[in-house]
Design a binder for this molecule. Sequence first.
Ligand SMILES: O=C(O)CCC(=O)C(=O)O
Length: 260
Amino acid sequence: MPRLTVEDRERFVEDGYLVVRGLLEPEDAREGLELVWEHMPKHAEDVDRDDPATWIDKRGGNIPDIGQTPYAKRVVGERVFDVAEELVGAGTLRRGGGFLAKPNFPRADTDWRPARGHLDGYPAGANGVTLGTVGMFTVAATMYVSSVKPKGGGFTVWPGSHRIHADYFRTYPLDVNGADGVHGDLGEGVEFIGEPGDVCFWHHWMWHTAGMNAGDDIRLALITRYSLQDMDVVRRGVADGDPWKGWSGVPDLGTQAARP
Ligand SMILES: O=C(O)CCC(=O)C(=O)O
């Protein structure tokens, strides 16, 4: 039984992202939370789960250790995967996307300011992608295992930025620094506010970031990235600036949707 409506899929095509509330079962959201805390000590020093004073201004980085767990197989490889395939198309995606946790710690400075976005997969700083190449994925999913309030460090996307990037990539497919982005007004970012179990799916050409956390809690999210099985199709999409190359799941809106 499909989880998404046609309207959901049309929204995704238009905005480049879609929030699906309560996609993780409550026990899966809880188990994800426990998993993050189990691995937290290796990644963020002296963070005590029972002492919020130890969370302030911590820099945790990514927690990749959870990628090979049975939890990853069940949640990333099945539950969230199935909805990702509703968007991209049945039988199109590789099942094992990379999977990690991203804590976003509260700041001592609680004067909230909008954060700057970035584009994944393109060279930026020391991210290991060299100019003239691109690290490829098709769709990502950000899953909350904690409650995220406004200005609480939520995952932030710029609606429609995938279309602006596609326009640019049609002329300059590889010539962009992922941290600088392309020229053009991307408008305002939208923070994904949610509860444990809520999931945001986002197109790989979305301008996005983790918002500044001016709240009291650690924002705990799990993130996975799925790729099309056929990497040649991915490469052609990148080369042509076509955001929907290989996506058979998106409705044909008379735009560039659903190209083979
Ligand atoms: O942690 C977040 O909300 C943002 C993550 C992000 O920017 C990324 O994974 O590229």
